[in-house]
Design a protein around this ligand. Structure first.
Ligand SMILES: *Cc1c(COP(=O)(O)O)cnc(C)c1O
Length: 267
């Protein structure tokens, strides 16, 4: 994944020099996106450095509902990791955007859409929202037939226990165990187990308390699974409202949308 510390600075500088080539309206938007992105990277770097000198945190730019032109603007300043929530939207965007973009699927995934996703987005880098063994197998089987790169998968955990949320249970762990065992088995050919993902509870994320219980829960679960299966699971947690807190609580990758692109247009 993108290592902000090493990669971002030179790329952002290079973009600044070629800005004269942009038409006026686009130029204003590009400047805005570029500044938002650079500020965000800086604040991520600062928070990571405050935690520990060698800490590196990746950033996924969540582009759902925003235009391919916006994505391309950031692409042109070196950004490669983008996150999308809807299979149809991702299929359309991936068709018209450069093939070296690393797409992260971060939306609720329906079983019926696994095949579409695996087959039609050759540069799908990661699915962060695996919530059942069945979906894992569907993705794996569909992807195997095409010889594309492996998909890095994260298992989404419903850390807050809210009913409307997707994800594995954080208390009944059997499904999670079974899925990890499949992902580690030779039977699984085109997926690579990368980590755990959660969406922080909204109220929890808006309150200035010292600890977000969802992030604590995911971190503890990681420790448990790492030692049970000899893994080094990565944690994907933190969005526009709570990414700093997520970094303080051990996040390896934050997924940020509105802080880069502004408020989302209605779908
Ligand atoms: C939309 C979304 C994000 C980004 O949310 P912002 O609050 O705009 O930063 C991150 N993760 C997931 C799963 C999302 O659906």
């Amino acid at each position: 994944m993108l290592n902000i510390n090493r990669l971002q600075r030179p790329l952002l500088t290079r973009a600044r020099m070629s800005m004269n080539e942009y038409p006026k309206g686009l130029k204003k938007r590009l400047t805005e996106l570029e500044q938002n992105y650079a500020q965000l990277v800086k604040s991520i770097e600062n928070e990571a450095a405050a935690c520990s000198p060698h800490r590196s945190v990746s950033l996924v730019a969540v582009s759902k509902f925003h235009t391919s032109a916006d994505i391309l603007s950031l692409y042109n300043v070196g950004v490669r990791h983008f996150g999308e929530n809807y299979v149809q939207e991702l299929l359309e965007k991936s068709k018209e955007l450069p093939l070296d973009i690393k797409w992260h699927f971060i939306g609720g995934l329906q079983s019926g859409k696994c095949k579409d996703l695996a087959n039609n987005v050759s540069n799908l880098y990661s699915v962060e929202t695996i919530d059942s063994l069945k979906k894992c197998k569907k993705l794996d089987t569909a992807r195997q037939q095409l010889g594309y790169d492996k998909i890095s998968v994260l298992m989404q955990v419903n850390t807050s226990g809210e009913e409307q949320k997707w994800g594995f249970s954080a208390t009944q762990l059997d499904d999670l165990y079974e899925t990890i065992e499949y992902l580690k088995s030779p039977q699984c050919k085109s997926l690579e187990l990368s980590g755990l993902m959660t969406i922080g509870n909204f109220t929890e994320s808006m309150s200035p308390s010292s600890e977000n219980k969802d992030f604590t829960c995911l971190y503890n679960l990681k420790q448990h699974l790492d030692s049970k299966y000899d893994l080094k699971l990565k944690l994907s947690m933190g969005m526009s409202n709570d990414y700093l807190q997520a970094i303080r609580q051990g996040s390896d990758s934050v997924r940020v949308g509105s802080k880069i692109f502004g408020t989302r247009p209605p779908k």
